[in-house]
Design a protein. Structure first.
Lengths: 1055, 486
């Protein structure tokens, strides 16, 4: 395809191309920019670093291989193309031509000619540019000495002069202050700030604005925006169920680090190895959360070893992209095809990150180990105090003393048996299904098996979900007769299910049913459901049905009592759980006919719905009302009575604890009872407090470090050679005395001898201000990446960054105070055509704001913005169902979206809760990434879906309404429009713009005047209140005007 | 970006300035919604080196991918093994399992008894294809589809497996198949997205498997290629409707003013992006009409609803989505991705698979019939299948009436129909235990290569340069499964 397009190129057309170009003029050929990219893209896959794939032993990515003597002659003979085997083969007209067709690569005539000329000129060869240390060259000479403001401009201008171009004039002051404000803080300038700059006639007025903005806390937020993409920061784990995590404290650390101008080397070391510093501070431990921002899995059935490898691979890829600009991930499965990174290099680098004390599957309930508990000093003192009280109290109640008291008590204490008065049936489940009431209504197994285990009174019966137990004629009761049914249940179903019910007869369900409603989540990943009791007569209308209001938690023994007074009214039906009366709601309340059913009462009958799964104990049915005392006795005292009665039996731990608690709560001496009650309160309080203290995931070394092996094809199952941590062989090694761990690696990354880091980082800064890096492929400084458009400038900035002590603010300041940055972004058509991507920098950059800034900008213009910094993620307006449509039930966190109320709706976009599998839709529409992986370069698209967001997302509709309110306050229509323009785009509107919008307002006034109801509906959007004194029709009409202004291309663009 | 791409980009831009008064604005618009007219000259300012037109004559112009999320059991539905009855209850021999890794959900079981399907099979159609009685409607179209019984994958859990079949990689980060196709072929529609996604919820009683937006994401491709979610409740496309109180006239009036204001700046700045912005607002406006008319089924005659079954009148159901998929196909949507959740039957399989099959069988077959009646099946490729298969051995307790099955990567069944596919065939054979493939394996990458092939694209040449490498949907693998092709 590529070749097919090439014939479109008119012969001899001279391109401006900052990258590898095919210019064939007489000038000296630049190996780095013109030759190496051709060789890399077309030859290296088979004649490059990958030893296994290398053909005929020829290696062309290194000088040595390219010029080495070979049987058929060297690949390259300097000065002599026709003796160069490489040239012979690429220019061959027969089947020997390289690259071969199977490679899908091919060279065009221009490229072949270029290589020929390069060989003719002596085949000058250099190591790949980014692997050589940056050089600080003297400033190039320029003709226009007046233009440069700082060193940057010498390099930019020299290039422009070479190309025969002139820089654009400086942008006007209004444009400049808006550009600076959006670039450095992500927020628009207030009109007063614009005015102040316009009024400041001092020579350094511009620099004063820069310094003001760099000192603003908003600067840290703006810088963090980029870092969060790189660090793949998110509020959920990302894989599968994708429940929440708490890493926002790490995010706040990043903002603080930028605002405090933490030098980039320390910024690096603390995030990669803060835990390995000598006596690290808490912030330094927190910083290492960087290395835990990757996705974490806990999918049921997944294999831990597999994901341990994925986490480490992610750390390798992320750090290699951020600091080295290398696509090291290629080395996971095989030697890199283009760059000198062997598979072994990959695993040696991998080894640095393979010793974190983490689990392969984790994160089910929030943060995954290891975590840092971020206790405040106040919280710590509270916990300490409780701990002291608890331990003191435990000393006051020595086990020996309590045991002695309890032993004495146990010998003498007798509890009365429960009343057997009018006990219609009684199933004790003590290893059998007999009715021990004397009624001989024995139960039987209808399907499956019953297993007997420890119960609440003696043993209990277990049902597997496949078991069906039938209580024959157990319930001989009817409408006018009081009854009480009491039972211990412990169930593990997580869907609605029928517990005990009469089997339906012909004519519909009839009799008693005890059912559990749909299960709902409770805190701590528990579930519960509401208990429904139904008394059904014949016919569908003949039903009394009541339901508990509270959810009853599953998976523990619950004592359930249902009592009915024979009144045929719902009010006569009461439910007790664990001896306590439950508030109920009445669902149906009509029972005029008998409901007695001759059928059996069933447990686990599949035909009645989901069968019961769990245990049952001590089912009693009385043909009378039990008193509250009797119910309390059955729920609280009867289990203890049965324990005490069984004096010889060996007690389980649970039974011993139950007995102890009963004794200390009810029968122990008053002092012990008080002490025990306080102790329980303190323990509960401590648990509650500890649970409320947030944590953050951090890196911590394993006590016994895991060994690292080369993994065949990157598969965790194919362990090969054992490797130890080291830097890639093609780069300088770690310092001799450096520890071979993350700390050593971090120091190596920011060592002045590392040729990559400083270049890669300043290049990303450049991208922030010019839309494109000097190296466009900011994530790839390798062989296949694009060479820099201004290599000397890149090196200058890189060396400047290091020599300044990695001063981040100083670097931003240097860039934004350059004349290059200050140019107007207006572009003549000829220049757009010549340099559509503005790689020559003959004009200022003009590009759409980042997603979060589009939103923040609208909120700021409208006055709605809540500038609060930091804290947990917030939930702005989001259409219903975005999460729920793809979620996994509701037991896990981050499955249901509930919008924040109040001021949290208006926080900056960067604080929006970021769910990886369903990222915030309005931000994603403007190219915000899902944060699954490290992103160094966001896409910048222009789509109709963006137009829909600006027109219809409640955030923007509400912002328009709020802006309209501000506008109306400004006075007449012209003033209103002027205010809105100054807020939105900093400048005053042109006359024709005012005219146009006045006309829009006039037409809309008449539209809404004719339809005031529509006005009210429009104004009702959004939670914020508006000034009730404003006329609704007028406000609605101006809301439309404000919406147009907020949707302007200029409003969402920095120019 | 490699030099030839720069040249092409440069030239195309020059060409467009000459061709179109809308300049780059028109071009960028074409990139989002890709009218076929412009697709030949489409370029990718984001840095792509993709071939933009088909590599050879396509058989299919669009895809409807009916993904059965959770992984339906091939044993109960497609892979007829009369001999299993004899093996029922017997332990799965090690000679069959051959050390196959299994998930943490069953690796602790001390027994792996073989379960024969509880549902009978019978022969359908002229081809006499054996299918489960759970699929009577699929049986009616069995002569129009090709059943591949030997698709196999690498992952054994849902997240990596579904990510793999949708993007060619088990780990996140790659573009989805729909994104690749819309990048490769663009859209045929002037006012609808090229790639649309619909999620239908479970019909069984078990909890669904979750899904992830990455499954229809664009990965490293420019984000305009990502799937647009069509939703069942609220706006079919997010933010589509005007807010309450904004009438049609007000919207038009506001847009006209906005366009006029933007145009003034375009004159002053000479930035083609402004023209694009104007065009995108107009496109959004057109979508406000075209999307509701697409999702409004009121004009469909009763016999169509009868064909798809009663659920087809209920928004959000799989049947409704199948009918909608046909309407999208008619309107030129390039890649229509459905997800039907609820096939993950680790336990209570007999109950849940029956419920799920009942919800899926009729609409899936109806879609094939409907497309065929309208002459659309010839150039529409329909794909039906999950992310892996299910184990022959029982998960949990095996009783006379109940059992479950765990995840099985070594074989599962997928059916395809329509453009480029040989109808009425079954491809591939598994062993007696429905565990290993003995004939004609089709790896997930092969399936992907085959789908692209039907669309006229060579999977080895549909590439995008990212991080210095020309990435493909099929990574470095994949062979077109020629036996499936017409």
């Amino acid at each position: 395809m590529r070749t097919r397009l090439l014939w479109l190129a008119p012969a001899g057309l001279v391109f401006f191309l900052p990258a590898a170009d095919t210019r064939t003029d007489a000038a000296r050929i630049d190996f780095q920019r013109q030759i190496r990219p051709i060789l890399s893209d077309n030859c290296f896959a088979c004649h490059g670093p990958d030893e296994k794939q290398r053909m005929v032993g020829l290696r062309l990515d290194e000088r040595e291989g390219a010029f080495a003597a070979r049987p058929g002659g060297p690949a390259i003979v300097a000065g002599n193309p026709s003796s160069s085997r490489l040239y012979q083969r690429i220019s061959a007209k027969d089947a020997t031509r390289m690259p071969p067709p199977a490679s899908t690569k091919s060279l065009n005539e221009g490229q072949i000619a270029l290589i020929r000329r390069w060989i003719e000129q002596g085949a000058d060869w250099q190591t790949h540019w980014s692997f050589r240390p940056p050089e600080r060259r003297p400033l190039p000479e320029v003709k226009d000495r007046a233009w440069p403001r700082n060193p940057i401009d010498h390099f930019v201008l020299a290039r422009l002069e070479r190309e025969g171009l002139r820089p654009s004039p400086e942008a006007d002051r209004i444009t400049l202050v808006r550009r600076l404000s959006l670039d450095l803080t992500g927020l628009p300038p207030a009109p007063a700030e614009v005015d102040a700059f316009l009024a400041d006639k001092s020579a350094n007025a511009y620099e004063k604005v820069v310094d003001r903005l760099l000192a603003s806390p908003r600067y840290g937020e703006r810088m963090a925006l980029e870092w969060l993409d790189l660090a793949r920061y998110a509020d959920t784990h990302g894989y599968h169920i994708d429940s929440h995590r708490d890493m926002w404290r790490w995010r706040d650390w990043v903002v603080d680090a930028f605002n405090g101008n933490l030098p980039f080397d320390r910024f690096t070391i603390e995030q990669l190895a803060g835990d390995l510093l000598p006596s690290p501070r808490r912030e330094q431990l927190l910083a290492t959360g960087f290395g835990r921002n990757h996705m974490i899995n806990f999918e049921g059935g997944a294999i831990p070893e597999e994901y341990l490898v994925e986490y480490v691979v992610d750390r390798v890829e992320t750090t290699a992209t951020i600091w080295l600009g290398l696509t090291m991930g290629c080395g996971r499965c095989h030697d890199h095809k283009y760059d000198p990174i062997s598979q072994k290099d990959f695993y040696r680098y991998f080894a640095f990150f393979n010793t974190i004390a983490e689990k392969g599957l984790d994160g089910r309930t929030g943060n995954a180990e290891p975590v840092l508990t971020l206790t405040t000093p106040h919280e710590k003192s509270l916990v300490d105090e409780l701990e002291r009280s608890i331990s003191a109290r435990e000393k006051e109640m020595p086990e020996s003393r309590v045991a002695a008291l309890e032993g004495a008590w146990e010998k003498t204490r007798k509890l009365p048996t429960a009343s057997g008065d009018r006990l219609a049936s009684h199933y004790e489940f003590d290893g059998h299904l007999a009715d021990t009431s004397g009624g001989y209504r024995h139960a039987s197994i209808a399907r499956g098996e019953v297993t007997y285990g420890e119960g609440m009174t003696g043993r209990s019966a277990g049902l597997s979900g496949e078991t069906h137990v039938r209580f024959r004629d157990a319930f001989p009761l009817d409408r006018d007769q009081p009854f009480s049914l009491v039972v211990w249940l412990r169930w593990s179903n997580n869907k609605s299910m029928m517990a005990l019910a009469s089997v339906p007869e012909a004519g519909g369900p009839r009799g008693l049913a005890i059912e559990f409603d749909e299960f709902e989540p409770l805190p701590d990943q528990k579930r519960g459901s509401r208990l429904v009791i139904r008394l059904a007569g014949s016919g569908p209308e003949e039903v009394i049905e009541v339901r508990t209001r509270a959810l009853i938690p599953q998976s523990a023994w619950r004592h359930i009592a249902v009592i009915y007074d024979g009144s045929a009214k719902a009010a006569g039906l009461k439910i007790y759980v664990d001896g306590k009366a439950q508030p109920v709601e009445t669902l149906r309340d009509r029972l005029s006919a008998p409901f007695h059913s001759a059928a059996s009462l069933d447990l686990g009958n599949k035909s009645l719905g989901n069968p019961y799964k769990g245990s049952i104990d001590d089912l009693r049915i009385y043909s009378r009302l039990l008193s509250e005392e009797e119910i309390d006795h059955l729920a609280v005292h009867e289990p203890v009575r049965s324990l005490l009665a069984d004096a010889g039996g060996r007690r389980s731990r649970e039974q011993r604890e139950r007995l102890r608690e009963y004794f200390l709560t009810r029968d122990a001496p008053e002092t012990e009872r008080r002490m025990f009650s306080e102790l329980n309160q303190w323990k509960a309080e401590k648990a509650r407090l500890e649970k409320s203290i947030p944590t953050a995931m951090i890196m911590r070394e394993m006590s016994k470090p895991r060994e690292t092996f080369l993994l065949g094809r990157g598969d965790y199952r194919n362990q090969g050679e054992k490797v130890s941590p080291a830097a890639p062989a093609a780069l300088p090694p770690l310092e001799k005395d450096a520890p071979p761990n993350r700390l050593g690696l971090a120091r190596w990354l920011v060592s002045p001898s590392n040729p990559l880091t400083s270049r890669v980082v300043v290049n990303r800064y450049w991208q922030m201000y010019f839309g494109t890096g000097l190296v466009k492929t900011v994530e790839d400084f390798g062989s296949q990446g694009e060479p820099p458009s201004h290599p000397e400038l890149l090196d200058r900035l890189a060396t400047e960054f290091v020599s300044s002590g990695w001063d981040v603010k100083a670097m931003q300041r240097l860039i934004v105070t350059s004349a290059a940055y200050r140019q107007s972004s207006r572009a003549a058509p000829a220049l757009v055509e010549r340099d559509p991507e503005n790689r020559l920098l003959a004009r200022g950059a003009r590009f759409r704001l980042p997603a979060e800034t589009v939103r923040d900008n609208a909120l700021a213009i409208s006055g709605l913005l809540n500038g609060e910094m930091g804290g947990p993620g917030v939930y702005p307006y989001q259409p219903k169902g975005v999460w729920e449509d793809i979620a996994y039930g509701d037991v896990y966190s981050a499955q249901r979206y509930t919008p924040s109320g109040g001021k949290d709706l208006y926080r900056r976009g960067m604080y929006t809760f970021w769910k990886r599998t369903a990222p915030p839709p309005a931000l994603a529409t403007f190219d915000a990434p899902d944060r699954e992986k490290c992103v160094a370069r966001r896409a910048r698209t222009n789509t109709p879906l963006q137009a829909l967001v600006l027109m219809n997302d409640p955030t923007y509709v509400e912002a328009a309404r709020a802006l309209a309110g501000r506008m109306i306050g400004a006075g007449d229509p012209a003033r209103r429009i002027e205010l809105a323009y100054r807020l939105a785009v900093a400048r005053k509107p042109e006359t024709r713009e005012v005219t146009l919008l006045r006309e829009l307002a006039r037409r809309q006034l008449s539209t809404y005047r004719a339809d005031p109801e529509s006005a009210r509906r429009l104004l009702a959007i959004g939670e914020s209140a508006y000034d009730g004194r404003l006329d609704a029709v007028e406000l609605a009409a101006w809301t439309t005007v404000a919406s147009a202004i907020l949707s302007l291309d200029e409003t969402i663009t920095r120019q | 970006m490699s030099p030839p791409d720069e040249i092409r980009l440069h030239l195309t831009r020059r060409g467009l300035f000459g061709l179109s008064s809308r300049g780059l604005g028109g071009m960028a618009l074409a990139s989002l919604l890709e009218p076929a007219l412009l697709s030949a000259s489409r370029t990718d300012p984001g840095g792509g080196a993709g071939p933009i037109q088909p590599h050879f004559a396509p058989k299919a112009r669009r895809v409807i991918f009916l993904h059965q999320s959770g992984a339906p059991s091939q044993i109960e539905l497609f892979d007829y093994k009369p001999g299993l009855a004899k093996l029922h209850g017997a332990e799965l021999p090690d000679s069959v399992r051959r050390g196959q890794r299994i998930t943490g959900m069953t690796s602790g079981q001390d027994s792996f008894p073989v379960v024969a399907p509880i549902f009978p099979f019978r022969q359908y159609g002229k081809s006499g294809t054996w299918l489960s009685e759970l699929l009577p409607f699929t049986g009616k179209v069995v002569d129009d589809i090709a059943i591949v019984k030997t698709v196999h994958t690498e992952a054994i859990n849902h997240d990596p497996a579904i990510t793999f079949i949708q993007s060619g990689s088990q780990q996140p980060g790659r573009p989805s198949m729909g994104a690749w196709v819309s990048y490769g072929l663009g859209s045929e529609s002037q006012d609808l997205p090229a790639f649309v996604v619909m999620v239908s919820q479970t019909s069984g009683l078990n909890i669904d498997q979750p899904l992830f937006s990455r499954l229809w994401g664009s990965g490293f491709l420019p984000s305009r290629y990502q799937g647009v979610s069509f939703r069942s409740a609220g706006d079919p496309v997010l933010y589509l409707s005007n807010p309450p109180g904004i009438g049609e006239r007000t919207r038009r009036d506001m847009l006209d003013s906005l366009a006029a204001l933007n145009r003034m700046r375009a004159e002053a700045f000479g930035d083609p992006e402004i023209e694009t912005r104007i065009a995108q607002f107009e496109m959004a406006y057109r979508m406000q009409t075209s999307v509701p008319s697409l999702t409004d089924l009121s004009a469909e005659p009763p016999h169509v609803f009868d064909l798809y079954g009663p659920d087809s009148r209920k928004p959000g159901t799989y049947a409704f989505h199948c009918l909608l998929a046909r309407r999208m196909a008619e309107r030129g949507v390039r890649f229509i991705q459905l997800y039907k959740r609820g096939w993950d039957q680790h336990n209570d399989l007999p109950r849940d698979i029956a419920l799920q099959a009942r919800a899926v069988d009729q609409p899936s077959a109806a879609l094939v019939i409907d497309l065929k009646q309208r002459g659309l099946l010839d150039d529409t490729l329909v794909v039906w299948g999950g992310e892996f298969g299910r184990t022959i051995y029982c998960q949990g307790r095996l009783t006379a009436t109940n059992y479950g099955r765990d995840h099985h990567p070594r074989c599962f069944a997928v059916w395809l129909a329509g453009g480029g596919i040989r109808p009425g065939i079954s491809v591939g054979a598994t062993d007696d235990h429905c565990y290993n493939i003995v004939e004609d394996p089709v790896h997930v990458h092969d399936l992907q290569a085959t789908i692209l092939h039907c669309l006229g694209m060579d999977h080895k040449r549909l590439t995008y340069r990212f991080q210095g490498r020309d990435f493909r949907l099929t990574d470095v693998h994949g062979e077109v499964a020629a036996k499936i092709l017409a």
